[in-house]
Ligand binder design. Structure first.
Ligand code: B1M
Length: 215
């Protein structure tokens, strides 16, 4: 039987080699070996995405490769997601989440959404390419406690500030906490645009949301 390190390396390698055929089996093996689903995502599949990201940056692979790696990661996450869920918890708070307008990256946002659900939150996931208006309407109609926005492109980061301005305009800003995240987002940026916090990663983001609700 392979050890934890080998299993996590296998998950990473599945993403790097776009092994859609075997990624689900590798995820099942990880769960069977007692590796927590989040660890399989964070220290397995996500490591593969990092490698592909660096290769793309170095012009060692193409956009099509990014797409394939993303698809492979998502296939694996289908197996891991049910293990992140808690049974029969009544929601501790309601979070509206989405990737901002112009941005199609959803892998990180999906992980945050999954962990929020696992942590007992009701999550309304608006998906990708979400407009300022859609965010504001969803916050209002779902009476959300928290709004989470994700952006992976430096060109789409300013959308987050537009959403916050829209919330202010609609007199919703003081009713909802705002957390932002994504690879280019820092705490300094969050403060600059008027958000309440930035999540460094999914675990950090969920921790922040839980602390807000506990207050
Ligand atoms: Co794109 N892409 N991409 N891409 N892509 C990046 C982001 C890039 C850094 C790659 C590079 O050049 N090195 C670069 C951005 C450069 C920049 O802005 N400065 C880039 C580019 C340029 C592009 C295109 C413009 C390429 C093109 O068309 N020429 C294009 C844009 C499309 C668009 O959005 N309009 C594009 C397209 C794509 C794909 C569709 C092919 C694919 C996305 C597939 C998908 O998401 N379904 C893709 C991918 C896969 C990447 C990389 C390689 C990986 C992103 C990822 O999924 N990481 C990425 C390179 C990189 O990031 N190193 C890249 C894994 C994921 C788990 O991490 O998303 O960071 P991440 O999420 C983390 C944290 O950030 C945090 O928690 C997560 C888990 O710990 N987090 C939050 C995220 N959201 C949060 C929210 C929170 C809290 C924490 O609270 C609400």
């Amino acid at each position: 039987m392979a050890n934890e390190k080998e299993i996590l390396a296998k998950l990473r390698d599945c993403v790097v080699s776009f092994d859609v055929e075997n990624v689900q089996k590798a995820c099942e093996d990880a769960l069977a070996a007692g590796i927590p689903a989040y660890k399989a995502i964070a220290d397995g599949l996500s490591r593969g995405m990092e490698i592909i990201g660096r290769k793309y940056e170095a012009k060692d692979c193409f956009l099509a490769d990014l797409i394939m790696a993303g698809e492979t990661m998502k296939e694996g996450m289908k197996i891991l997601k049910p293990s992140l869920k808690l049974a029969d918890v009544s929601a501790i708070g309601r979070v509206v989440i989405g990737t901002v307008r112009g941005d199609l990256h959803d892998i990180g946002k999906d992980i945050v959404a999954m962990l929020l659900e696992a942590g007992g939150f009701e999550v309304i996931d608006l998906g990708i390419d979400v407009s300022t208006d859609e965010f504001a309407r969803a916050v209002s109609s779902h009476n959300a406690n928290i709004l989470g926005m994700s952006a992976l492109l430096t060109t789409t980061m300013p959308e987050m500030e537009s959403v916050i301005k829209e919330l202010e305009k609609a007199k919703l800003r003081n009713k909802v906490k705002v957390i932002v995240g994504g690879a280019p987002i820092s705490s300094e940026y969050a403060i600059q645009i008027g958000a309440d916090a930035a999540g460094k990663d999914a675990v950090d983001g969920v921790g922040i949301c839980k602390r807000w609700i506990a207050r």
